[in-house]
Structures are given as structure tokens and as C-alpha cells.
Ligand binder design. Structure first.
Ligand SMILES: [Zn+2]
Length: 156
């Protein structure tokens, strides 16, 4: 956990208990860009996030609460400008809601632990799922898989 999380009492990579705190508490706990995406359902501009072109092996966590959301092996290269995944890390890691804002019929995806807005899921992804989870980089924390790196080193 880095120092930017020190104001965040709910952040945990291991506690899967549901988080339900007020927007006021979230405002204190989160940096303003994360709050804007997570609680105000904002969208970062395409090709500006830190993970749309990110290829390291590891795990993506919810930046608001630490819940594991995606594995790098569920990520694929998409030209849309946001990090794109074809499957979440587990079934319960994400929840879904219909979103008919801006005159579009879309499906919103939220963190299964704290209900932070993550992005949307579309049905134009690659096999095996055919899904494209289009996620804001701002709401993701990435942790490199350490074990794999060590294995690669010992091989040399
Ligand atoms: Zn969360």
C-alpha cells in the first residue's frame, strides 16, 4: 500500500467484505481524479491513461478499495484507447448495471466490493468471451507478478 492510500480506511487487497461509505467519506479517502471516475462516473480521455498500452504481467486492483479486478492474461490490445479486458479475475469481482445515459444503451461495470464506477462492457471483444471490458486507467492499480519475474531470473 503506498502513501496515497494512507487516507483510505477501506483499501485492502485481501478483505473482500463489502464497502459502503458515504460520498463525503470517499472524497476524503480518494485523490480527486479517482473520486471523479469512481463516484461521479467520469471517463478519462482516450489514450491518456497509464494502462491502455500496458503489457506487464500482474494483477489490476480497484484503485478505490483494493479489490482484485483483472489479470493481465485477461487483457488484450484494443485500439479504443482505454485498458481493455475480455474477462474479469473472478465472477464476483465486478457488478453490472444498465446505463442508458447519453442516449446510448450500454452496460456499466462497477467494482464488486465498493461499487466504484470502472467503465463499460461491450459485446465486441475477442474469444473466448466475446466481451470487451473498457476500463478507466485511473480506477486501476497495477501490481507486477513478482513470482514470474523471479522464475525468469533463475532461468538465466
Ligand atoms: Zn472497489
Amino acid at each position: 500500500m503506498d502513501s496515497s492510500k494512507s487516507n483510505n480506511p477501506v483499501y485492502s487487497n485481501t478483505d473482500s467484505g463489502k464497502v459502503d461509505i458515504s460520498d463525503e467519506q470517499w472524497k476524503k479517502a480518494l485523490p480527486s481524479d479517482v473520486y471523479h471516475i469512481a463516484r461521479e462516473k467520469g471517463t478519462e480521455r482516450a489514450f491518456t491513461g497509464k494502462y491502455w498500452d500496458h503489457k506487464d504481467v500482474g494483477t489490476y486492483y480497484c484503485a478505490a478499495c483494493g479489490n482484485p479486478l483483472f489479470n493481465s492474461n485477461g487483457k488484450f490490445e484494443s485500439s479504443c484507447g482505454w485498458p481493455s479486458f475480455f474477462e474479469p479475475i473472478s465472477k464476483g469481482s465486478i457488478i453490472y448495471a444498465p446505463d442508458n445515459s447519453y442516449g446510448m444503451k450500454r452496460t456499466e461495470v462497477m467494482c464488486g466490493r465498493c461499487r466504484a464506477h470502472l467503465g463499460h462492457v461491450f459485446e465486441d471483444g475477442p474469444p473466448p468471451t466475446g466481451l470487451r471490458y473498457c476500463i478507466n486507467s485511473v480506477i486501476l492499480d497495477f501490481e507486477k507478478a513478482k513470482g514470474l519475474e523471479e522464475k525468469a531470473r533463475t532461468k538465466k
